[in-house]
Design a protein. Structure first.
Length: 590
């Protein structure tokens, strides 16, 4: 990991407020728009070490140690940690570093809680241009949310506050005099770094702590005693005119995502991004926080809102896949074409590819004619270098996909000994290699972005159906099935769902183009026509598979046997695998 010395280009000042000296650190050009970063407990301004360098090229970035932390004035008085006092500190810093223009704010944990206090003050919009809140609610809003749920005691409304109470159980320890001494055992730098890294799935060396960490961790507990009970038992109704962006951590150990569900009641403009992350996102997701903050600032300054921010705006009525980008392979015909059309009808922007560029263009024309947006490309999914180049082009031109559908594939039939090694390898390179190449090229970008997503890998009922005459095809699809299982486990922590689609007998042109080993051209053509006719009579069309793919994404289903025979065969393969092998040894389909 490369370490950036952010201290080399910073200036320091002391801001005085109500008898407290606040240590303030500034980066970048003061003439640029100002972004103030506010830390929570048990951190100092060092919380933002990985975020600051990502913002300084565009903004005047300001961090500061809140009262009782770091190099700011210490105190052991509970009243000094009341939110109204901390909010006045924030305004004092904002006035000092940007006296003529309102500031933008990015705040975390108790830093976010105190900025919520500030933005709900009268005329706060005159001094605060935007507020990006990370893992820190408005305590009044949270208290109102609890009251609203308990006033309508349905099972769901009772369960949500109960889970929040369990998540907040540690606050009882924080508010109990004397028990803070026990915390001294935990409040050791290395131990805390390991704990935070485990909760946030990030290496310990990303967890940056200030030299005063141990003292801050103990003294800072007073913030709980000063605010939790008064605000939760007597919450006020407070609104803000400041535009607010919520970054909600799905695995937050302190605040459950449901606790933010009523935030739109108290804000004029609200965006909400749910992120599959832990509580300390400044350590684990610095790029995401910097990007989200920048996108909101640029949009409020009159820029075109990017796809992700449009999707995050609350109260907006939109199609189920509006402002989402779908990348799909093998979209020139059959299941790929119908899947592209289905997601386009749901509002998605489509990047589609096929080895036949004309076929890809035809699919794009169908989407455009229906009012959608599509971008056709030629792509051989078996060529890893070509897939990497394609991904680089797509990421630069259209952004990171929200949905990836690896659909491209070919059919192959004939006895194993009649199938040449070249033909066997070709099927594996396309059917398995194409899926692996797509996941590697696009999945890595999706994981790094940190916003989750969906990867759909099209396998087949053949993946769990041993049969004579289809060794190459069946092996490739079984490999896709297992690869998807492995990838699903790896990406679960990133919030990326992997869906394995297993069609059965579906009438597509893959049958008409299937290569038959061990026969001459005339016999191959006869077999292709015969099976194409049988599949046509089955009357299961690609649009039905596409509908199942859309449903799998909407309902977050992992394994999807599409046709009735695919569902039956899946259960037989699990319950009676010996019987499946017995039939396969005695029935030849080709």
């Amino acid at each position: 990991m490369t370490t950036i010395d952010i201290d080399a280009d910073r200036t320091e000042r002391i801001v005085h407020n109500e008898g407290f000296d606040l240590a303030v650190y500034e980066y970048g050009d003061p003439a640029d728009p100002t972004v103030v970063l506010v830390h929570g407990w048990p951190d100092t301004a060092r919380l933002w070490d990985a975020v600051v360098p990502l913002l300084t090229e565009r903004f005047h970035v300001v961090t500061y140690d809140t009262r009782g932390h770091g190099n700011s004035t210490r105190t052991d008085r509970v009243a000094d940690f009341r939110l109204d006092a901390l909010a006045r500190d924030f305004f004092a810093v904002a006035d000092a570093v940007s006296p003529e223009r309102p500031v933008h704010v990015l705040a975390h944990d108790w830093g976010s809680v105190q900025v919520w206090e500030a933005v709900c003050e009268p005329h706060a919009a005159d001094r605060i241009a935007s507020f990006t809140s990370v893992s820190g609610p408005n305590l009044d809003h949270l208290g109102q949310w609890v009251r609203a749920r308990l006033s309508r005691p349905t099972p769901r409304n009772l369960w949500q506050p109960l889970t929040q109470l369990m998540s907040s159980g540690y606050t009882a320890f924080s508010m109990t005099p004397g028990l803070d001494r026990v915390f001294r055992v935990v409040a050791k730098e290395k131990r805390w770094q390991r704990l935070v890294s485990l909760m946030n799935d990030t290496p310990p060396d990303t967890v940056t702590l200030g030299p005063t960490f141990r003292r801050d961790a103990i003294d800072g507990l007073l913030i709980y005693r000063a605010n939790i009970l008064p605000r939760m038992f007597a919450p006020r109704q407070r609104r803000t005119e400041v535009p607010v962006q919520l970054i909600v951590a799905g695995r937050d150990v302190a605040v459950r995502p449901a606790g933010y569900d009523d935030s739109a009641k108290w804000t004029d403009r609200l965006w909400r991004r749910d992120v599959p992350a832990g509580h300390w996102m400044p350590f684990s997701h610095p790029h995401l926080l910097a990007t989200a903050t920048t996108e909101l600032i640029d949009t409020l300054d009159g820029g075109e809102p990017p796809r992700g921010l449009r999707r995050a705006e609350t109260g907006r009525v939109a199609a189920p896949f509006a402002d989402q980008l779908l990348v799909i392979t093998g979209a020139g015909s059959g299941i790929g074409r119908e899947t592209a059309l289905a997601f386009a009808r749901g509002g998605a922007e489509i990047v589609l590819s096929d080895i036949d560029l004309d076929a890809a263009k035809q699919t794009a024309e169908l989407i455009t004619a229906a009012g959608g947006l599509a971008h056709p490309y030629r792509l051989d999914v078996a060529d890893e270098a070509q897939v990497r180049e394609h991904a680089a082009e797509v990421l630069a031109a259209h952004g990171v996909p929200d949905l990836l559908v690896n659909n491209a594939g070919v059919g192959q039939a004939g006895g194993f000994f009649d199938t040449s090694s070249a033909e066997f390898d070709r099927v594996m390179r396309i059917n398995l290699g194409g899926v692996v190449n797509g996941c590697r090229a696009f999945g890595a970008a999706m994981a790094e972005r940190g916003l989750g997503g969906h990867i759909v890998n099209v396998a087949s009922m053949a993946a769990y159906s041993p049969q004579q005459g289809f060794s190459a095809y069946t092996t490739s699809k079984a490999a896709v099935y297992m690869f998807s299982d492995c990838l699903r486990s790896e990406l679960a922590g990133r919030g990326i769902s992997v869906h394995t689609i297993c069609p059965g007998v579906v009438h597509t042109n893959i049958v008409n183009a299937t290569a038959f080993a061990g026969v001459d051209a005339a016999e191959e053509k006869r077999k292709q026509q015969r099976y194409d006719e049988l599949y046509r009579k089955r009357r299961y069309t690609p649009d039905k598979v596409a509908a199942q793919i859309v449903k799998a994404v909407e309902r977050d289903r992992s394994i999807v046997p599409v046709t009735p025979e695919a569902r039956v065969q899946l259960q037989l393969s699990r319950l009676a695998p010996a019987a499946v092998r017995f039939v396969a040894a005695r029935v030849k389909l080709t």
